[in-house]
Design a protein around this ligand. Structure first.
Ligand code: ATR
Length: 282
């Protein structure tokens, strides 16, 4: 009798769902994480029609899928679909990571921790006691508020074109730290150690109205967007003489690393992955 050994690894399926999804970097990022950590996973990108999200998730689970990343425009639907949610997902009102375990759909949000790790560990910026300005009061801004407040900044200010939205959002997080909301006109004469752009303005090639001298000497500017060229906000920072100006590529990789950790229990190294992506988008 011959012993039959099955050497084929047990490959677990993961994917990112969104619309559009064609340009997603997530499959490439997770493929690098898998190779680096020796984890046997298969990670694909799935385009989901508007109105078809729940069905698509159901199909993925039925086929044995273990986890999903969720991107625009389905993060709120993913939040609603999750049967259990982490505190950071709850506070974000959005879910970017689904875990299918013990017949349950668990929702988490790794965007905020991804931003905080990129700022703190990769860019070596001090967040504790810093004066931080967050531009924007939409989903992207809300998703990072709790992890930012957990770093205990001296003050976190949300500024938004529609000032009421910034004030409402600040109100929701008032018990979590020192946070206020305002409109752009209120920025005159203020200075911040770190200004983060979480608006959709960069996507439209636009820049919110920012006063000169907004970023303190030695301070930093961070755009959550990224691309082959600096965003309008990054260009403005450079014109203002700010030395530490960053885009959101590191955040993208760090949020992916946290999702990978949630699924696999292994934390991948991110520096080389960020560097590889940087070369690819040039
Ligand atoms: P997201 O999920 O990317 O945050 P969103 O929820 O539509 O998208 O929010 C977009 C954010 O970018 C909002 O804060 C929006 O400001 P308003 O609430 O006043 O609409 C902001 N935004 C979009 N375009 C902008 C621009 N050209 N200048 C300043 N802020 C802009």
């Amino acid at each position: 009798m011959t012993d039959i050994f099955d050497f084929s690894p047990n490959v677990d399926d993961y994917a990112v769902m969104g619309n559009p999804i064609g340009h997603s970097k997530s499959p490439a990022i997770h493929a690098q994480f898998a190779k680096q950590t020796g984890q046997a996973i298969n990670y694909t990108a799935i385009h989901v029609d508007l109105g078809g999200f729940e069905q698509a998730v159901g199909n993925f689970v039925a086929s044995g899928g273990k986890g999903l990343n969720i991107t625009v425009p389905f993060k709120q639907e993913a939040w609603a679909l999750a049967e259990e949610r982490s505190e950071r997902a709850e506070s974000a009102g959005a879910v970017n990571t689904l875990i299918f375990k013990d017949q349950k759909i668990i929702g988490d949000n790794t965007d905020g921790v991804g931003l905080v790790r990129d700022l703190g560990e990769n860019k070596k910026l001090q967040l504790k006691n810093a004066r931080i300005l967050l531009m924007g009061a939409g989903g992207a801004a809300r998703g990072v508020l709790l992890p930012l407040l957990n770093q205990q900044p001296a003050q976190l200010t949300i500024v938004n074109r529609t000032a009421e939205k910034a004030k409402d959002l600040a109100g929701l997080f008032a018990d979590k730290g020192s946070i206020v909301g305002c409109g752009y006109e209120a920025l005159a004469g203020q200075t911040y150690d770190l200004v983060i752009n979480a608006t959709a303005a960069s996507l439209q090639g636009q820049l919110p109205p920012l006063p000169d001298g907004l970023i303190a000497k030695g301070g930093a500017g961070y755009d959550m967007m990224y691309g082959s060229e600096p965003t309008p906000f990054m260009k403005w920072c450079a014109q203002q003489g700010v030395d530490d100006v960053f885009d959101g590529l590191g955040m993208l990789v760090e949020q992916a690393a946290e999702s990978f950790y949630l699924w696999r229990g292994v934390r991948p190294q991110t520096n080389d992955v960020i560097e590889t992506l940087r070369q690819e988008i040039k």
